[in-house]
Design a protein around this ligand. Structure first.
Ligand code: PGD
Ligand code: PGD
Ligand code: 6MO
Length: 822
């Protein structure tokens, strides 16, 4: 076992890390070992404290109780430049300082006018008054309507940390209060995570990939299909290890051929100077079918692999050839739809078959109407190429996310505090606790249609009648689609309660708002590396809680106390008691695996324990299946890769046939009946994690004229008389937003790019459909499910028009606290 103490690590902070990150300017001298008291808790001190976040491990420099720099861990192969914003999130002007209640709600309770939510008229209250209001409202709703009336699904990315996991803590409290309705699945891979178990017998999207060293050694052509790993690898759900960047560096150093398939010239295209193929958005399935047809018609496909490892190709083939529907899915047919020349499609198919090739797909192409088809067709194409289970060949659905493929250690898994509900069967995100669960992205439909029936992966259920929603660690007023429809639906709620540390649009639309701490104001424990499990980090408190902020844990413990359930909530433990028990459970598991870990006190003093990598660097996904598919079958009904699924056939869904199929989305660029001329690529932001950090200094580096950027092709801009730096109004039938234009050929003609996560800032909160002043792209997107199978969100299904903004000057106000909250 490798074990390096926190002191050693801090002492190792190198000149390289210092020089490449301006945030550390002037800090180097302060990191000498003499200043590094063992296990320093610098809440009110000077010194250096190691901690971590979604963006990686860092050492905080603290002066007079204030954090002044976050310096990346010396062993981080590619620290995130966002660390400056992570630090600033503690002190940003958008911090929520005190418990607040909407004035009208305070005066009239649930009789308050619900249409005025979001108008900024709040009253500061004491902690006790706020907690009392909440406990009584939970009791009222549970007693009057039962647990089916409380929505605790509260989806969101929260912060890292296994104890202060606010969404789990909310559900822990709600379980003690009597129960709640949960959300199933997630916004990230809503379609893929439901279709893949039918096709591969497993989720794929959150699983380890063939290790990067194997890819670097064997892969001849790496295809990043709708994936921008240079951007998206910055963060992880636990604490980012950034191991994927080492993989990208290795490919580049070796000169491996990289092809990126993306309508936008991404950071990954630039990093590799990659061959760049630009399909029209939402048409990848057609392009893949064109490639599959080429392989078939030219006799190139691997019929042995299809024969021995897949099931149902014979039922897919008539569709591919057109025998079934009269339309052969030729490269020429595909070219008409996706805009990529037929010869390019054919050539790509031939090259991928003729070399060791890896199809590394991102997730945007399943976050759209009929998104299930994209990864299903990708697997079908990879099966026809026939390299699944070979070193560096096949497909991978997580090379762009949380460093899938970074070699895994043999370390034990670190568990976290639980929600205390009944054990759920299957993966946590598909079969969650709660009295019932709705597919997470159907939340607005649930509010609109209580009692209405919905399908989900072969099941049929009805929507509950929700009166109270409680949100922590998520930001539905940025993450959910079709904002104006959502605002109306939200009026269904008697009460909406939110904890956050910043005045997000969600907090502004709440009736009761409680100020949470950031994770830098409390102690926690977390895994480093979602896939690699490099070690366990003590996330030590960096500074004392600001203003009146409290930990979500303490808030829910206090509410549980008011409900007479305190002892059940805390199980007799305080913060350090919990951290010790979580660590000791991992140490026990480690011991059984032959990994000796230090006792808790030593670990906490050292700040980190690291685990050894033994065979993880040689891992080849599906090698065993390839070696013997009978002895090592997949978890599908046939034990094989299902190109045709009898289970899906039985469901009989009109929007998800039993084999991969091209289906027109609701709307697309140049699609039939397209009402607007531009597609909006509503992808993930480079400098943020969704909406997180939008309220920080980082915004100064990317905002254009104070608005969220909108990338636009020079031809599209010229046709509309728009110049670089102009403020434009982007609109469709669902809403209108202001953005600042960057004219660039990075955006293909007909496509504009506006990242998701911009904070919604209504010009007139009382007017439905009002102009959003900053640039929340989800004002424009469609709130439809991917299909009845996955019920995922379609954040990428959106077309719009753009015009130069000529209206009255507006002031963006969403990044400072409402006046009453100062
Ligand atoms: P975040 O901005 O991360 O977005 O949506 P999500 O809601 O996860 O929100 C997290 C919130 O939690 C922030 O407001 C943060 O301040 C708060 N928070 C952090 N730590 C704590 C804590 O300790 N306590 C409390 N109380 N609060 C805390 C993300 C979702 O957006 C996702 S995952 C995806 S994949 C989707 N992507 C798209 C997309 O590609 N395109 C569109 N159009 N829309 C999308 N929406 C989805
Ligand atoms: P996106 O940026 O939405 O990321 O990972 P995901 O792969 O979903 O899309 C990736 C690329 O797809 C973009 O370059 C976009 O231009 C391209 N694209 C869009 N539409 C199409 C299309 O129709 N066809 C093709 N071929 N390409 C298309 C998301 C993952 O990232 C998730 S779910 C989360 S929760 C994390 N979020 C963030 C984040 O918010 N910010 C950063 N920096 N990193 C993240 N990593 C994670
Ligand atoms: Mo996601």
């Amino acid at each position: 076992m490798t074990k390096i103490s926190g002191n050693d690590l801090r002492a190792e902070l190198s000149r390289r890390a210092f020089l490449s990150y301006s945030v550390a300017a002037g800090a180097l001298g302060l990191f000498g070992p003499s200043l590094l008291a063992k296990g320093a808790r610098a809440a009110e001190a000077n010194g250096a404290v190691m901690s971590g976040s979604h963006w990686g491990v860092f050492t905080a420099q603290v002066e007079d109780g204030r954090a002044t720099a976050f310096v990346p861990w010396e062993k981080d192969p590619h620290p995130s430049a966002a660390l400056e914003g992570v630090l600033d999130s503690i002190y940003s002007p958008s911090r929520i300082k005190y418990p607040m209640v909407r004035r009208e709600y305070l005066e009239k309770g649930i009789e308050a006018d619900r249409s005025t939510r979001g108008n900024g008229d709040f009253v500061r209250v004491s902690w006790d008054q706020a907690l009392d209001l909440i406990a009584k409202e939970i009791q009222r709703v549970e007693a009057t309507y039962g647990p089916q009336a409380v929505f605790g699904g509260s989806y969101g990315w929260k912060s890292s940390g296994r104890l202060h996991n606010c969404t789990t803590l909310l559900r822990r409290m709600l379980n003690l209060a009597g129960g709640f309705v949960n959300g199933a699945g997630d916004y990230s891979t809503g379609a893929a995570q439901v279709i893949m178990p039918h096709v591969m017998g497993t989720l794929e999207v959150y699983e380890q990939q063939t290790a990067w060293p194997v890819v670097a050694e064997n892969t001849e052509i790496m295809v990043f299909w709708a994936a921008d790993p240079v951007k998206t690898l910055q963060i992880s759900n636990s604490i980012a290890d950034h191991g994927g960047y080492a993989g990208l560096d290795a490919l580049k150093a070796k000169g491996t051929k990289v092809i990126v398939i993306d309508p936008v010239r991404s950071a990954t295209v630039d990093f590799f100077d990659a061959e760049h193929i630009r399909p029209k958005p939402q048409t990848d399935v057609a392009m893949m079918l064109g490639m599959a047809h080429t392989l078939y018609s030219e006799g190139l496909y691997d019929s042995d692999f299809i024969e021995n490892y897949t099931s149902g190709f014979d039922k897919f083939l008539p569709y591919l050839t057109g025998d079934a529907d009269g339309v052969a899915k030729t490269a020429e047919w595909a070219a008409e739809i996706c805009g990529v020349p037929a010869e390019t499609i054919k050539d790509l198919a031939r090259r991928l078959k003729g070399s060791r090739s890896m199809l590394a797909a991102g997730w945007s192409m399943q976050r759209m109407h009929h998104g299930e088809q994209a990864h299903w067709m990708l697997v079908t194409l990879a099966s026809m190429i026939g390299q699944i289970g070979l070193p560096g060949g096949g497909f991978g659905l997580s090379y762009h996310y949380a460093s899938g493929g970074a070699p895994a250690t043999d370390g034990p898994a670190l568990s976290g505090i639980t929600d205390g509900g009944a054990a759920s069967g299957g993966p946590e995100w598909l079969a969650t606790a709660g009295v019932s669960a709705i597919p997470v992205a159907r939340v607005v439909e649930m509010l609109e249609n209580p009692g209405g029936e919905f399908d989900f992966n072969g099941n049929r259920a009805s929507y509950p009648d929700i009166h109270l929603a409680y949100w922590v660690g998520g930001n539905p007023f940025t993450h959910h689609q079709d904002r104006n429809r959502m605002l109306k639906a939200w009026e269904k709620l008697d009460t909406f309660i939110v904890h956050d540390f910043q005045w997000t649009a969600t907090a502004r639309h709440a009736d009761i708002i409680l100020p949470a701490t950031t994770s830098y104001e409390r102690n926690d424990i977390e895994t480093i590396g979602d896939y690699s499990n490099l070690g366990i980090l003590a996330m030590k408190q960096v500074v004392a809680p600001l203003y009146e902020a409290k930990n979500d844990y303490d808030i829910f413990e206090a509410i549980s106390d008011k409900l007479g359930k305190k002892a059940a909530f805390n199980e007799g433990k305080d913060e350090m008691g919990w951290l010790q028990s979580l660590y000791e459970a991992a140490a026990k598991q480690g011991k059984a695996k032959g990994i000796e870990m230090p006792d808790f006190e030593t670990f906490w003093a050292d700040g980190i324990v690291e685990f050894p990598i033994t065979t993880g660097a040689q891992y080849v996904r599906y090698a065993e299946f390839r070696e013997d598919p009978l002895l090592n079958p997949l978890g599908t009904p046939t034990g094989l890769i299902e190109i045709y699924s009898k289970n899906i056939e039985k469901m009989g869904y009109d929007d998800c046939p039993a084999h991969p199929t091209w289906m027109e989305p609701l709307e697309r660029l140049d699609g039939p009946g397209a009402k607007f001329p531009l597609h909006v690529a509503a992808s993930h932001p480079f400098h943020r994690l969704h909406s997180q950090l939008n309220g920080t200094v980082l915004r100064e580096g990317y905002a254009i004229a104070g608005h969220e950027p909108c990338l636009m092709n020079p031809e599209d801009a010229a046709a509309r008389g728009i110049a670089d730096g102009d403020v434009v109004r982007v609109y469709n039938d669902r809403g209108q937003i202001l953005t600042g234009v960057k004219v660039t050929d990075a955006a293909m003609k007909g496509v504009i790019q506006i990242y998701e996560g911009g904070w919604y800032d209504p010009l007139d909160p009382a007017e439905k459909g009002t102009l959003d002043k900053y640039g929340d792209v989800n004002v424009l997107t469609a709130d439809i499910p991917t299909s009845k199978l996955g019920q995922g969100n379609c954040g990428q299904t959106v077309i719009a028009e753009v015009e130069k903004y000529t209206g009255p000057e507006v002031t963006v106000t969403v990044f400072t606290a409402p006046a009453a909250a100062e």
